[in-house]
Design a protein around this ligand. Structure first.
Ligand SMILES: *[C@@H]1O[C@H](CO)[C@@H](O)[C@H](O)[C@H]1NC(C)=O
Ligand SMILES: *[C@@H]1O[C@H](CO)[C@@H](O)[C@H](O)[C@H]1NC(C)=O
Ligand SMILES: *[C@@H]1O[C@H](CO)[C@@H](O)[C@H](O)[C@H]1NC(C)=O
Ligand SMILES: *[C@@H]1O[C@H](CO)[C@@H](O)[C@H](O)[C@H]1NC(C)=O
Ligand SMILES: *[C@@H]1O[C@H](CO)[C@@H](O)[C@H](O)[C@H]1NC(C)=O
Ligand SMILES: *[C@@H]1O[C@H](CO)[C@@H](O)[C@H](O)[C@H]1NC(C)=O
Ligand SMILES: *[C@@H]1O[C@H](CO)[C@@H](O)[C@H](O)[C@H]1NC(C)=O
Ligand SMILES: *[C@@H]1O[C@H](CO)[C@@H](O)[C@H](O)[C@H]1NC(C)=O
Length: 373
């Protein structure tokens, strides 16, 4: 018997998005009722799979987790060890590299960065082809270790919820050929938009490598920055096509925009991303797996909200009264004494510095977060 419980972090990811989007949902469902009758979605396969693995989960409060003593195997740790992810980040702006590594990237089993040569216009056939985004992605893919179940490819300004992604792919056979993301159709080719990130299975990678042995990476790429399109085109010749990754309500899970833009859809619905969508893409599923961020600080903010913030709603381990009541005016002295400080001679400035060390003011808090402490 497996003793496994739902990681509260995952619960929180879901909870947070529900809270954030509740109002949205209601209006979306009211307007687009026809999508709520879809039969099946990839996202519905997880629970049946979970039961079939003979796993059980128990909910634990943050109070128990943090102060209860024993540690538990969390569902996300279990999935982390079972479903191995390689994440390839296409980098145009280097400042994101450190933030990606320290935030969502920690949930990948392996992260690598492919540095692209920035260029303003997409058409640039006179440049050396070995510098094009597709060539670089292609050579890196063909050299990637085959010890991973899934390969995630995304841009440097995308935040990925790998924990949610593992829910999506856990029930799928990674030896089969999958190509998951936000599907668009352009120039007769269905491919997953790089703007939202996409996933290929190990089976797809194996088929692609076989093709690349005969047909080198430099065979096309007239267009400098259309690596997502070229990948889709290469996979199409192998009969590997995109899938519908929306949830049962027809809401999208891969997002090519920031949450701010998704929440005010007027600004983006006319973009090619939506115009060429294979499936109508509505914002936003509680199982969302990717979205963009603006600026590296946002990555740390989302990391904090999704993975670090703990909400204590019940429990008694961490929050109980002292056995002998301490008068209010004695508490600060007791705290200073506990930390070996002399309370009879402390100045207000020293007292302030002492607290900053202890609990972090907003500035030092954000500094510590960014230095991974
Ligand atoms: C839903 O399932 C029914 C019966 O299995 C089928 O007739 C129908 O075409 C399906 N609808 C969609 C949208 O797949
Ligand atoms: C991978 O990407 C890097 C750029 O980040 C490039 O220098 C390298 O040649 C690529 N190919 C392989 C096989 O690693
Ligand atoms: C393109 O660049 C690669 C290395 O960056 C070099 O080996 C190759 O000779 C170049 N090709 C042309 C046509 O300039
Ligand atoms: C893959 O990497 C090896 C060295 O690690 C290199 O010799 C080989 O040329 C690379 N393959 C491609 C397709 O770039
Ligand atoms: C990925 O596929 C290759 C080739 O089929 C296989 O050798 C390898 O074991 C697979 N890796 C995983 C993790 O399944
Ligand atoms: C997974 O897919 C591969 C290739 O399609 C197949 O050979 C294998 O039997 C499948 N495994 C399971 C458990 O379905
Ligand atoms: C792809 O499918 C077509 C038609 O079903 C078939 O003729 C072709 O051989 C397939 N190609 C591959 C690489 O499997
Ligand atoms: C605390 O400071 C006062 C005044 O500087 C001094 O008289 C006293 O001995 C100190 N107490 C301890 C425990 O260091």
């Amino acid at each position: 018997m497996f003793n496994i419980r739902l990681k509260v972090v995952c619960l929180f990811v879901v909870g947070f998005i529900i809270g954030f989007l509740a109002a949205f949902f209601i209006s979306v469902i009211q307007h687009k009722n026809k999508y709520s009758t879809r039969n099946a979605s990839l996202h519905d396969l997880y629970e049946p799979w979970f039961i079939k693995q003979q796993l059980r989960r128990y909910k634990k409060s943050f109070d128990t987790l943090r102060y209860g003593g024993p540690t538990f195997l969390t569902e996300s740790t279990y999935l982390y060890n079972k479903i191995r992810f390689a994440c390839l980040v296409l980098v145009r702006r280097i400042k994101y590299v450190k933030a990606a590594k320290m935030t969502w990237g920690t949930q990948c089993n392996y992260v690598d960065f492919v540095y692209l040569k920035p260029t303003k216009n997409r058409i640039n056939s006179r440049k050396n082809i070995t510098n094009s985004a597709w060539f670089l992605l292609c050579t890196n893919l063909s050299n990637l270790s085959q010890s991973f179940d899934w390969i995630l490819i995304l841009n440097e300004n995308t935040f990925a919820l790998i924990e949610n992604m593992r829910y999506l792919v856990a029930p799928l056979n990674s030896s089969a050929q999958y190509y998951l993301g936000h599907s668009v159709k352009f120039w007769g080719v269905k491919y997953n938009s790089g703007q939202a990130g996409y996933l290929i299975s190990n089976g797809t990678l194996a088929a692609l490598r076989k093709k690349l042995i005969e047909n080198s990476c430099s065979s096309d790429s007239v267009f400098w920055n259309l690596e997502d399109y070229y990948l889709g085109r290469a996979l199409a010749t192998l009969n590997i096509s995109t899938s519908d990754t929306r949830d049962k309500l027809g809401l999208a899970t891969f997002h090519g925009f920031t949450l701010q833009k998704l929440f005010s859809p007027g600004s983006i619905t006319l973009s090619n991303y939506y115009k060429h969508s294979t499936y109508p893409a509505l914002c936003c599923s509680t199982r969302s797996v990717t979205f963009q961020v603006q600026g590296t600080s946002s990555m740390f903010t989302y990391l904090y909200l999704f993975n670090q913030l703990q909400v204590f709603t019940s429990g008694s381990y961490g929050n109980h009264l002292a056995t002998t009541p301490v008068p209010d005016q004695e508490i600060w002295k007791a705290v200073l004494r506990e930390h070996g400080r002399n309370f009879t001679s402390i100045s207000p400035e020293e007292y302030y510095d002492f607290w900053v060390d202890l609990v972090s003011d907003p500035n030092s808090f954000s500094l510590k977060l960014k230095n991974g402490k």
